[in-house]
Design a protein around this ligand. Sequence first.
Ligand code: DC
Length: 230
Amino acid sequence: MNDQVTAIAIDGPAGAGKSTIAKRVAKDLGYIYVDTGAMYRAMAIHFIRKGISPEDTAGIEANAESASVTIKYINGEQRVYLNDEDVTAILRTPEVSNMASVSSAVPKVRLKLVELQRELARTNNVVMDGRDIGSYVLPDARIKIYMTAGIKERAKRRYNEMLEKGQECDLAQIEKEIEERDYRDMHRDFAPLVQAPDATLIDTSTMSIEEVAETVKNLVYGPINYGSWQ
Ligand code: DC
């Protein structure tokens, strides 16, 4: 491990606000932002294209090897490649969300992506968000945050995001899907979503983005010297 590099780990369930905050922290510190959920989503696209159903664990295992997921940074933005194709624009459909949530429980899928995540953190200063970053992928991360919010609030945020993009959606359905994903993420055998014992809990249910940013800023810089972060 190169002790010149620093990692900040942000974990938590879907819709807690991890990526918004992680991107800001990364930009402010000049670190790279690593969205590990996007990697699981790229693998999910591979399985969907192979015609594998989410229930077919053997099929997922058998096809994990043939997926090559890589990351590039273009103008500071993470792009995700599946077998050399940039799939960044098609990662966020409900079908991909569902397949990613199911296939990410398969150890073969996780081990492959954990290797890539650790390699990125070995060679770069990173703000990495996901489910198991502080608890499993980067246990030595300098700062660990477990970010969460109530289910109703998280569903409402997702609903508003989709409305803004002009996508049709149903709030009750979104809440149900998030609940199912939470359950799967928290109850899988291998590297489930848990708060690491040394992670700071931030419940963003009633906080604005600014307030969450302020809280994280205090953890990163200490309460007095904020540096230049706005
Ligand atoms: O953060 P996200 O919604 O883009 O993640 C998609 C899925 O990937 C999520 O349901 C759980 C899984 N995931 C994981 O198991 N471990 C991670 N470090 C990140 C995501």
